[in-house]
Design a protein around this ligand. Structure first.
Ligand SMILES: N[C@@H](CCC(=O)N[C@@H](CS)C(=O)NCC(=O)O)C(=O)O
Length: 208
């Protein structure tokens, strides 16, 4: 199996399936395409991914070119990795939370791009603050329901999808109290950034 990824410090979409793939314990190779090099990036990515975007997963003749589709494929190929919760209700909620991240939180994503090499402060727009309030509501509700330590108890694809958000909160020194967090959501974000898988990604990002 081969995962094509973008520059690690920036590529939120690459990080998500990389974390899921690591959790399967299946050996895989990584192909890194440097991002933000104008035409070079697009031409280089198109050699691997028909959408011209990373990530892409290659498994034999198959190419899967979207982060969520890759995670779904991994969950089906490697059920023993338990990448989704076993319970159908939990699984539906995990998919809804993951899809909300996949297609939403535009203001926060635009104003706070992932950069694992940066620490700074930033005044957020009202739209980004509304994103923060929704994230805290979503996360604390799921953590209260499951009892933690991750959104659905054990780590799942839903946790993978929010890991880049946890890095953005850290990078831009965003206090989740702005979203009425009582410390529960922040503790879970800290937990995401302390997993061995994320630490391995971060170490590779800083060495790039
Ligand atoms: N919906 C896609 C989004 C992928 C995406 O936007 N990838 C960005 C990098 S994180 C990309 O390839 N950009 C091309 C470039 O920067 O040249 C997914 O989930 O995989």
């Amino acid at each position: 199996m081969e995962l094509v990824i973008g520059t690690r410090k920036w590529s939120t979409w690459s990080l998500r399936p990389w974390l899921a793939l690591k959790r399967t314990s299946v050996p895989f190779t990584e192909t890194l395409v440097p991002l933000r090099e104008a035409e070079v990036s697009t031409a280089a990515i198109l050699k691997h991914s028909p959408s011209g975007l990373v990530p892409a997963l290659r498994d034999g003749d198959l190419t899967v070119w979207d982060s969520l589709a890759i995670c779904e494929y991994l969950a089906e190929r490697f059920p023993e990795a338990k990448l989704w919760p076993a319970d159908p209700v939990d699984r539906a909620l995990a998919r809804a939370a993951t899809a909300e991240m996949h297609s939403g939180f535009g203001a926060l994503r635009t104003e706070c791009p992932m950069d694992l090499t940066l620490t700074t402060t930033l005044a957020l727009s009202d739209a980004a603050l509304a994103n923060i309030r929704r994230l805290v509501e979503l996360w604390t509700g799921l953590l209260a329901r499951s009892g933690g330590p991750f959104l659905f108890g054990d780590w799942t694809i839903a946790d993978a999808f929010f890991t880049p958000v946890a890095t953005r909160l850290r990078t831009y020194s965003i206090d989740l109290a702005a979203g009425s967090d009582d410390g529960t959501a922040q503790a879970w974000c800290d937990r995401l950034l302390a997993t061995p898988e994320f630490l391995a990604w971060e170490q590779a990002a800083l060495a790039e």
